[in-house]
Design a protein around this ligand. Structure first.
Ligand code: HEC
Length: 152
């Protein structure tokens, strides 16, 4: 009996301290929250992702994409989470992404290869994410951006 209630008290304590952590996190922006804050690079990546989502629709509707989004050149300078490093491989794969994106933005609206250029850009994201320079986590999410080929 005594032992049983001890377990309940323990469980209650664990539960409470978890929710306490949460309120503290929300109220004061403690170091716990800072640990989970997104890096400059992670924010840039999310921006790159949503920009491609928009481009995808425009490519499919045969519309112009507008100006090349220069801000994405920041892939070479944006601060990353400590676990990542700007290695030679990283720089090479970042250039590959920028080149693919340039080719997509340079293409004429009537260019029949626009979907291919778009997919090449998505693949350049995936190439880095599969390599040591990136992280495998978002790969399946990025892959959903691919435009299915019309010939199939
Ligand atoms: C040269 C390598 C490289 C390329 C190219 C690249 N990424 Fe990333 N990506 C990273 C790294 C490194 C991180 C982790 C950044 C950090 O946490 O500081 C990341 C993080 C992410 C994240 C997770 C961000 C988060 O919420 O924490 C997403 C989503 C993402 N990238 C999508 C993309 C998309 C979409 C593209 C192409 C448009 C792309 N990436 C191209 C290296 C790359």
């Amino acid at each position: 009996m005594r032992y049983g209630s001890f377990i309940y008290i323990l469980l209650g304590f664990v539960f409470l301290s978890c929710s306490q952590k949460q309120t503290k996190e929300n109220e004061t922006g403690s170091s716990f929250q800072q640990m989970y804050q997104m890096s400059e690079m992670a924010l840039l990546m999310e921006d790159m992702y949503s920009s491609l989502e928009k481009d995808r629709a425009l490519v499919e509707e045969g519309k112009t994409l507008g100006e090349f989004p220069e801000k994405f050149n920041q892939i070479h300078t944006g601060k990353m989470t400590e676990t990542f490093e700007r290695t030679e491989e990283f720089k090479r794969l970042a250039d590959l992404y920028l080149q693919s994106l340039n080719q997509l933005y340079d293409a004429d609206v009537n260019d029949p290869h626009r979907a291919t250029y778009f997919n090449n850009t998505v693949k350049s994201c995936i190439t880095c994410h599969r390599s040591d320079a990136g992280c495998i986590g978002p790969v399946s999410r990025i892959g959903k951006l691919l435009i299915p080929s019309k010939s199939n």
